[in-house]
Structures are given as structure tokens and as C-alpha cells.
Design a protein around this ligand. Structure first.
Ligand SMILES: [Cu+2]
Length: 155
């Protein structure tokens, strides 16, 4: 995962010099933690980068699930709960991570074809009009990728 990201980071300033366009917003490191229970939603994570101008993430869509919602994990009266969020500011030259224990996607009804492929394409809708197509890697629950199973309850 790391090598392509470094290559991209090195290539970006060169592209900027060549054409003079501002660096665009983009999304990377997208993955889905598949729910062990088919009736329960899965969780999705990624990192959104604001580019030179900054923008706002307005929603996420996919053809490979019934529904995708953006959620935020919050502590209220000593209890951890989560609430839906409509949009997220992605600052210029900054990044916002959707990660376990914080902001996350709640993905309902992940398609069996996507599960067998091990990835699903998602479309990130940005306030600046960009539609960012990103392949998210699907990690199955039995894959021991997650060292903190306690996070599962709160996504
Ligand atoms: Cu949630």
C-alpha cells in the first residue's frame, strides 16, 4: 500500500509544474470492514485530501451495496454512540481520515459479487463538483487484519 502512495506524492509537484492546474482533491486508503453478520451493516474507512482549494465531502455512493451513510462516533453522557453526518469539510492542503473509532461509512447490504472480488468501487461526491471513483478493499471478518476486535461494536 505504501509504495504507490509515495510515488503519487512525488509525482504530484511535477504534474503541477507541467500544467499549472491546482492540485485536486482526492481520496485514498479506502477499505471496508465486512460485518460478520450479513444483516448488520459493514463499516468503511478512507482518507480524503483537500487539494489546493479544499472542499467538502457531501456523500458516498456505490452500485455494490443497498445504501451508504456517513457516521460519526461520539461520546455522550459517558456512552459511545454514533450519529449520521451530512457533510464533512476537507481543508485545503489538509486531510480528513475516516477511521475506526471516529468518522466512518455505514454500508448496508454489501453485494456478494463485490465480496467475492474483494473490492468495491465507491463514488465520493464533493462540493466542488468532483465525483471521485475509488476502489475500496474489502476485508473479511475472519482475516486477522484488525488487532482490536473491541472496536467492532462502535465501528
Ligand atoms: Cu455507524
Amino acid at each position: 500500500m505504501r509504495a504507490p502512495f509515495i510515488l503519487f506524492a512525488l509525482a504530484a509537484p511535477l504534474a503541477l509544474n507541467a500544467c499549472g492546474d491546482p492540485a485536486p482533491s482526492y481520496v485514498d486508503q479506502a477499505w471496508v470492514r465486512l460485518s460478520p453478520n450479513k444483516d448488520a451493516p459493514s463499516a468503511g474507512y478512507f482518507v480524503a485530501h483537500g487539494g489546493d482549494a479544499g472542499t467538502q465531502l457531501r456523500g458516498v455512493m456505490t452500485d455494490y451495496a443497498l445504501k451508504v451513510e456517513m457516521h460519526e462516533t461520539v461520546s455522550k453522557d459517558g456512552m459511545t454512540t454514533m450519529q449520521a453526518i451530512d457533510s464533512v469539510d476537507i481543508p485545503a492542503k489538509g486531510q480528513v481520515a475516516f477511521a475506526p473509532g471516529g468518522k466512518h461509512l455505514m454500508i448496508f447490504g454489501v453485494n456478494d459479487t463485490a465480496i467475492s472480488r474483494g473490492k468495491m468501487q465507491m463514488t465520493f461526491l464533493m462540493a466542488n463538483g468532483d465525483r471521485l471513483l475509488v476502489d475500496a478493499v474489502i476485508r473479511k471478518p475472519e482475516g486477522a487484519a484488525d488487532p482490536k476486535p473491541a472496536d467492532n461494536a462502535a465501528h
